[in-house]
Design a protein around this ligand. Structure first.
Ligand code: GRF
Length: 225
């Protein structure tokens, strides 16, 4: 296929390692997207530097410049829409978005969340997984709806919780998987392979099993048994 790469906008708030994973896949020619802008609500987000190094335009819409969330959301929408993206990607974007925003991008707004949704919605998922004594933890990519962290799941990856894990060691193991499944879900989307039917995600017309939990072939060389 020689279609033009899909225009996307990526929103970040911090470190930007998921953004870097997307930039890497894109540069390697495995992700047919044109990243029109990286927008951060946090002027000090480290991830902005990753975008600059890659030559991607950056913008800051600082939430603390707005008296109300609806005004911040409106400014953000305006900034995004100037780039006419087919897809908007929340890659570690840490602000809750309002209804009007979510409605405007319905079906083309993806988020990565560090848990096996629907388990552990919200913050501090790694600590909460440890406290709950979970044996498995992981990450999910989902379409964003007004149900916070509750939108239809596209793909998940699980990791074992090991004896002696701390929130940091567990987070690192999960993050490794995030960097694999977020670009994968983006690729499926821009290739036109995803759809939503009755609130469920379909890939190539097949309903994703168990809220999206599937074995995703690993491209790494290390043993995964
Ligand atoms: C990731 O764990 C992501 O799942 C969560 O926030 C973290 C962002 O990390 N939403 P980074 O900024 O992509 O490094």
């Amino acid at each position: 296929m020689s279609e033009a790469p899909a225009p996307v906008v990526i929103l970040i708030s911090g470190r930007g390692s998921n953004l870097q994973a997307i930039l890497d896949e894109n540069r390697a020619g495995r992700l047919p997207i044109e990243i029109r802008a990286v927008i951060s609500n946090n002027p000090d987000a480290e991830g902005l530097q990753h975008a600059r190094v890659a030559g991607v335009p950056t913008e800051i819409i600082n939430h603390s410049d707005y008296a109300e969330r609806s005004l911040f959301d409106a400014a953000l929408m305006q900034a995004i829409d100037r780039h006419a993206p087919r897809l908007v990607i929340l890659a570690g974007f840490m602000r809750i978005l309002g209804e009007a925003f979510i409605r405007h991008y319905a079906g083309r707004l993806l988020n990565i969340h560090p848990s096996l949704l629907p388990a552990l919605k919200g913050l501090n998922t790694h600590t909460r997984a440890l406290v709950a004594g979970a044996k498995q933890h992981g990450a999910s990519v989902h379409f964003v709806t007004n149900d916070l962290d509750g939108g239809p799941v596209i793909v998940q990856a699980s990791v074992p919780v090991r004896t002696g894990d701390t929130a940091d060691t567990l987070a690192a193991r999960v993050l490794h998987e995030e960097h694999r499944i977020l670009p994968l879900a983006i690729r499926w989307f821009v290739e036109g392979r995803l759809s939503i039917h009755n609130g469920q995600v379909l890939l190539d017309g097949e309903i994703r099993p168990e809220q999206g939990l599937v074995a995703v072939p690993k491209q790494r060389t290390e043993a995964t048994k």
